[in-house]
Design a protein around this ligand. Structure first.
Ligand code: IMP
Ligand code: MG
Length: 174
């Protein structure tokens, strides 16, 4: 396996700063709940939150998917749900990477049923090549055409989350 660096720590920091400013001026003084999607978004969430000039409340969710034998599709569930009541509040979901869009599609649908004032998505990486569910990422760290990436929270088989840059993982030397 080979690691090709796509973004280094200073580039990520600069982008988190810009997004932090953008998000702060977008929400202003309105009550905001920021939701970190575990595990992958932990690093981005931390940096993004530190770059806000507003004071949101924070919460964490974890999603998992399982194979549904009857429909032969995979189903999503919470393995950890939110604890804060989001009714009439703005919600910003912070995700590591949006790929097919199934995870965000599920989460947005479930959270919408709880009557928030608005829901938006911030994702460090918006990977559009394999999109199957029409999900709009409102605040994009970096757009990416394709590839499997690791580092800065993102894993391959639970490894490489600790890397402070973002790397394209090449599975063959070819
Ligand atoms: P979805 O396909 O949009 O539902 O994305 C599901 C999840 O797959 C993301 O939240 C990531 O945790 C993971 N994922 C998708 N693409 C990558 C990648 O390139 N590297 C690491 N994890 C990924
Ligand atoms: Mg994820």
């Amino acid at each position: 396996m080979k690691f090709v660096q796509l973004f280094d720590r200073p580039q990520i920091e600069a982008r988190a700063q810009e997004l932090g400013r953008e998000i702060s001026s977008h929400y202003g003084d309105e009550p905001l709940v920021c939701v970190c999607v575990l595990k992958g978004a932990y690093a981005f969430f931390t940096d993004l939150m530190r770059n806000l000039t507003i004071h949101p409340t924070m919460d964490f969710v974890r999603l998992s998917s399982y194979a549904d034998q009857t429909s032969r599709k995979s189903k999503m569930v919470f393995s950890k749900d939110m604890e804060i009541d989001i009714r009439d509040k703005h919600v910003l979901v912070v995700e590591d990477i949006v790929d097919t869009g199934h995870s965000m599609g599920f989460l947005i649908k479930v959270l919408e049923a709880r009557s928030p004032k608005s829901i938006k998505i911030a994702a460090m990486i918006d990977k559009r090549e394999r999109r199957e569910v029409d999900v709009n990422v409102d605040f994009v760290g970096f757009p990416l055409d394709k590839g499997y990436i690791v580092g800065y929270g993102l894993d391959y088989a639970e490894q490489y989350r600790e890397l402070d840059g973002i790397y394209d993982l090449k599975f063959s030397e070819a």
